[in-house]
Design a binder for this molecule. Structure first.
Ligand SMILES: [Zn+2]
Length: 266
């Protein structure tokens, strides 16, 4: 876990299906024993997330809010399991609830519907896309299944559905559709910082900031408009869901110049 600002940490080292790639959830301290978790991970990676939290002097029960920036499995799969851990009392190994309801799960109202499987989401990536990518990267599907057990997300009941402009404690919701229909970014009201999730990836291989490709993004044109929109927001630091490097200064300018150089790609 890396401390990024006085009250924001990244949780690093959480694997996704593609070797060498990670997903980065973030923790925002809203107060003592009052944490917001932005995104989760694959269930099989959850022990790593729990030990990050515990090794930094927190308990899972300190997580009061779980915000899912979008419905993709690498960001959302462990949400139900994390919620359960936030309910159980510290000394109980029985898994029974200590009486509190656990963390509140938040997501945009559009992705909330898909997260509850009503309706089922048919956007990318589907199993055929995964198979193409496994082939491309020389990965055996059975090895992935062995490691991650499953690729899909079980139904998640979102407790509070949000829309553009809403606040979740100190975080302002910015609807940034395209990657998924209800993808959101978040801005803490007291810091010049943007949690961009998958609005962009920062990929060394791709030469910096890029829109996630169409095998992960539902609508490339809308995704581009969302990047245009966030490029007008006032922020110095950009924290993404997938990044080879943190952008901790001049982030807005970097997004604007990436926009200019961005070719329309599919
Ligand atoms: Zn995604």
């Amino acid at each position: 876990m890396a401390k990024i600002t006085h009250n924001i940490h990244s949780i690093d080292g959480l694997d996704i299906l593609y070797p060498g790639h990670k997903v980065v959830p973030y923790i925002l301290e809203e107060g003592q024993h009052d944490l917001t978790l932005i995104d989760t991970c694959y269930i099989e990676e959850l022990p790593k997330l729990v030990s990050y939290v515990n090794n930094n002097g927190y308990k899972m029960q300190d997580i009061r809010r779980i915000i899912l920036t979008h419905l993709h499995s690498d960001h959302a799969q462990a949400a139900n399991e994390i919620k359960k851990l936030t309910m159980s009392s510290a000394d109980s190994k029985s898994g029974t609830s200590s009486g509190n309801d656990g963390a509140t799960i938040y997501a945009h109202w559009i992705d909330s519907a898909f997260l509850s499987h009503s309706p089922i989401y048919h956007g990318p990536p589907d199993i055929n896309i995964y198979r193409q990518l496994f082939q491309k990267f020389g990965i055996r599907e059975e090895d992935v299944i062995k490691e991650f057990k499953k690729l899909n997300v079980d139904p998640i009941q979102v407790d509070k559905q949000v829309k553009d402009g809403d606040f979740i404690k100190s975080l302002k919701v910015v609807h940034t559709p395209g990657h998924t229909p209800g993808h959101i970014s978040l801005i803490p009201e007291d810091q010049k910082l943007l949690f961009g999730a998958d609005v962009l990836w920062n990929s060394a291989q791709e030469g910096g900031l890029v829109i996630p490709p169409s095998y992960f993004t539902l609508d490339m044109v809308t995704a581009r408009v969302s990047v245009m929109r966030v490029s007008q927001l006032n922020f110095d630091k950009l924290l993404l869901g997938h990044q080879d490097e943190l952008i901790l200064e001049n982030a807005q300018e970097k997004v604007q110049s990436a926009m200019k150089n961005m070719k329309h790609r599919v």
